[in-house]
Design a protein around this ligand. Structure first.
Ligand code: NAP
Length: 256
C-alpha cells in the first residue's frame, strides 16, 4: 500500500496550481515562479487590478466567502483542468495593542488568515483525493511559531493555520496529498509597509528606523526575499518533497 502511494508520487508533477493573494508580494512571486517552471497557474484575490498586472489567469474571489471560493475554483478548473496544488497565501495583518484590538478586528484576522485557508483547501480536496496526489501549502509566518507584541490577532490566526496544517497533514497522510506550512520572517512586501507605517505613526520613528528594527528580528539582519519563499513553495510541490508532511518550514535566518 505504502509502495503504491510512493509510485504515484514518483510520477506526480504539479499541473495546475492555485495561488491565493497572487496579485502582490509573496503570492505574485510564487505564481510567477510556478509559471516559469512551466505549470498552469490561477491567481486569486479580491482586487482585479493587481491580478491583471501579473499577466496570468485569475479569478476574483474573497477567500473568506466559501461560496465565492467554490465558484472560483470551479471556473479555474473549467479553464485549466483539475487543481493539483493550492498555495493558501492570502493574508492580512492588523497591528494594535491588545486593549485596542476589537472583537471585529479579531474576527477579521481569523477569517482571512485561518478560514480563508480552510476554504481554499476544502475546495480542492475532493479532486486531489480522487487523483491520489496533491499539494496543500499555507503561507503562515514565524508569527505561527512564536509570539510578537501588538499583533495578537495575527499571531493567534497564524498559530491557527499551523495547527490546521499539522492536523490535516496527519489526516491525509495515506492519500498521496501532503500538507505543509511556510513560515517566513519579515518580507519586504506591501503588507510589511503597513507595519512600518504603524511603527512610524505610533512611535514617531522614521521609516528607516522602523525598517532597521524589523530587520533586526532576523539573526541575519535582513528581510526575507519573496523569491526565497517562492523557491520553498516549488520545493514543497516537487516529487522530492513527497515525504515532507505537516512541516513548518521557517525562513527566518534562524529566528525560530
Ligand atoms: P500582500 O502583498 O499584502 O499580499 C496579501 C495578498 O492577499 C494580496 O494580494 C491581497 O489581495 C490578498 N488578500 C487579502 N485578503 C484577501 C481576501 N479576503 N481574499 C482574497 N485575497 C485576499 O502581503 P504579503 O506579504 O505578500 O503576504 C502574503 C502572505 O505572507 C500573507 O499570508 C502574510 O501573512 C504572509 N507573511 C508575510 C510576511 C511579511 O513580512 N510581509 C511575513 C510572514 C508571512 P486583495 O487585497 O486584492 O484581496
Amino acid at each position: 500500500m505504502a509502495q503504491s502511494v510512493r509510485t504515484k508520487n514518483a510520477s506526480y508533477r504539479p499541473g495546475h496550481v492555485v495561488v491565493t493573494g497572487g496579485g502582490s508580494g509573496v503570492g505574485a512571486a510564487i505564481a510567477q515562479a510556478v509559471a516559469s517552471a512551466g505549470d498552469r497557474v490561477t491567481i486569486m484575490g479580491r482586487r482585479k487590478e493587481p491580478l491583471v498586472e501579473q499577466g496570468l489567469p485569475y479569478q476574483i474571489c474573497d477567500v473568506t466567502d466559501e461560496a465565492a471560493v467554490r465558484q472560483a475554483f470551479a471556473a479555474a478548473r473549467a479553464k485549466q483542468g483539475r487543481v493539483t496544488a493550492v498555495i493558501a497565501n492570502a493574508g492580512a495583518a492588523h497591528s494594535a495593542p491588545f486593549d485596542k484590538l476589537t472583537a471585529l478586528d479579531m474576527a477579521d484576522m481569523l477569517a482571512v488568515n485561518v478560514t480563508g485557508v480552510f476554504n481554499v483547501w476544502q475546495a480542492a480536496l475532493a479532486e486531489m483525493k480522487e487523483a491520489g496526489h496533491g499539494r496543500l501549502i499555507s503561507v503562515a509566518s514565524t508569527a505561527g511559531l512564536k509570539g510578537y507584541p501588538y499583533v495578537a490577532g495575527y499571531v493567534a490566526a497564524k498559530h491557527g493555520v499551523v495547527g490546521l496544517t499539522r492536523a490535516l497533514a496527519l489526516e491525509l497522510a495515506r492519500t498521496g496529498i501532503t500538507v505543509n506550512a511556510i513560515c517566513p520572517g519579515f518580507i519586504d512586501t506591501p503588507l510589511l509597509e503597513k507595519s512600518i507605517q504603524n511603527i512610524t505613526q505610533s512611535t514617531g520613528k522614521t521609516a528607516e528606523e522602523a525598517h532597521a528594527i524589523l530587520q533586526r528580528a532576523s539573526p541575519q539582519n535582513r528581510f526575507v526575499q519573496v523569491e526565497e519563499v517562492a523557491a520553498a513553495a516549488l520545493y514543497l510541490m516537487s516529487d522530492a518533497a513527497g515525504s515532507v508532511n505537516g512541516h513548518t518550514l521557517s525562513l527566518s535566518g534562524g529566528d525560530v
